[in-house]
Write a protein that binds this ligand. Structure first.
Ligand code: SAH
Length: 237
């Protein structure tokens, strides 16, 4: 039998009414009816098994049967810091990073970054993270933040034990990294980084690393680096 359909709800009580958006989707696309079993998640790590009690005009009410804690969340705490990308590329990166298991995503502006962020875009990114978490069965939705200052973004990463700075003009890693249980991983925007930005990162304890001899697009670099980090953290097995 297919796993119960999953729904996001900000607050979950014994009797919960799904949001208008989730209700509409559940009624129209998923054809949920009374008695169906569903899973609710609040994005904070908890999941709940529930049963649909009523479907009225696209307003769906459920009764929570039990609470559970997801075992699909990574042990490793990984923050992705990525330059704001053009078009919908940042959304793509947020989606892939969420699937790969990051706990936090910081989007920054930097010297050669030409994309901009605003409240609407940030809200859209948070929504992409939520949808991706739902689809890949995560219980936690990564927090998405915007750092208008590049230094501010790097400083947010200082809370992580291992700090990696993917730099397209390095030909060798500064040093090998060993501890992948707590990682801040930095990837630049389409415009890449400058020497001063690499120097600032190094001063804040980041290890400059290469992703090989080819120049990857920013979104490819983000997925490649996070895959390596999650693999080394033992989260991809
Ligand atoms: N405009 C730059 C390329 C930027 S690529 C140029 O023409 O050189 C975007 C980002 O992806 C880079 O800032 C870096 O973080 C990452 N990246 C891409 N290829 C990389 C590589 N071979 N090694 C390390 N980082 C890489």
């Amino acid at each position: 039998m297919a796993a119960p359909k999953r729904f996001f709800a900000e607050t979950i009580a014994e009797e919960t009414v799904l949001s208008e958006e989730e209700s509409r989707h559940a009624a129209a696309a998923l054809r949920l009816t009374e008695g169906d079993e569903v899973t609710l998640f609040d994005g904070g790590g908890k999941e709940y098994s529930a049963v649909v009690t009523s479907v009225k005009k696209g307003r769906i009410a459920v009764h929570v049967v039990r609470e559970s804690v997801s075992d699909r969340e990574p042990q490793a705490q990984v923050m992705l810091l990525v330059g704001a990308l053009k078009g919908d590329k940042t959304e793509l990166v947020v989606q892939k990073a969420t699937e790969l298991g990051v706990s936090r995503i910081g989007v920054f502006s930097s010297r050669y970054c030409s994309a901009y962020m605003n409240e609407n875009k940030l809200e859209r990114l948070a929504r992409v993270a939520r949808e991706a978490a739902k689809q890949c069965l995560r219980a936690r939705v990564p927090q998405v933040e915007y750092f208008p200052s590049f230094e501010g973004a790097l400083r947010a990463g200082v809370a992580y034990r291992t700090r990696l700075f993917a730099c397209e003009f390095l030909h060798a890693d500064d040093a090998p990294a060993a501890d992948f249980s707590s990682v801040a991983a930095v990837v630049g925007s389409e415009g890449g980084f400058c020497e001063e930005e690499l120097a600032l990162a190094r001063a804040l304890g980041y290890t400059g690393i290469t992703l090989g001899k080819r120049i990857l697009r920013a979104e490819t670099a983000a997925v490649a680096l996070l895959s390596v980090v999650m693999y080394r953290a033992g989260e991809l097995s």
